[in-house]
Design a protein around this ligand. Structure first.
Ligand code: SF4
Ligand code: SF4
Length: 131
């Protein structure tokens, strides 16, 4: 399974029927849809969904066709002054974007980060910030 971070822009999702249409669009792919996180941001509804690996390409294409934003880029920054390399954030990251280097220091792999923000609240030192 792969976690996808998507935004349903307010201009696209105006009411519950638009939301149902979007959900049905994904369910057309005959998958079990797990919604891991649901939140509203300034530009729309943010969803973290868990989908089968073999459906990523087709679902991404379908979402984009329906003007849904698929967020792929890294969206966090680690404050190395505050980080004490405790590793609490590592186990929450679904893509291995956070891991230890050979010297047991926390390393952030920007290209792997899908911006799910699951790590954000895990840090006891508030060293993880949203970009
Ligand atoms: S936001 Fe945090 S938990 Fe999510 S992929 Fe990026 S580093 Fe991992
Ligand atoms: S949870 Fe915070 S302090 Fe611990 S390794 Fe991650 S960023 Fe550093």
């Amino acid at each position: 399974m792969t976690v996808m971070n998507i935004t349903l822009p307010f201009g696209v999702i105006k009411d519950i029927s638009d939301y149902s249409r979007f959900i049905n669009e994904i369910l057309k792919f005959d998958i079990t849809l797990n919604i891991l996180k649901f939140s509203t941001g300034t530009s729309g509804i943010n969803l973290l969904i868990d989908i089968p690996d073999d459906k990523i390409k087709s679902i991404t294409e379908s979402l984009k066709k329906n003007n849904i934003i698929v967020n792929k880029k890294g969206r966090i920054i680690i404050d190395t002054e505050k980080c004490i390399d405790c590793g609490a954030c590592i186990s929450l990251c679904p893509t291995d974007a956070l891991n230890f280097d050979s010297e047991k220091r926390l390393k952030f792999y920007y290209e792997r980060c899908i911006g799910c923000l699951l790590c954000l609240d895990s840090c006891p030192r508030y060293a993880i910030e949203e970009m």
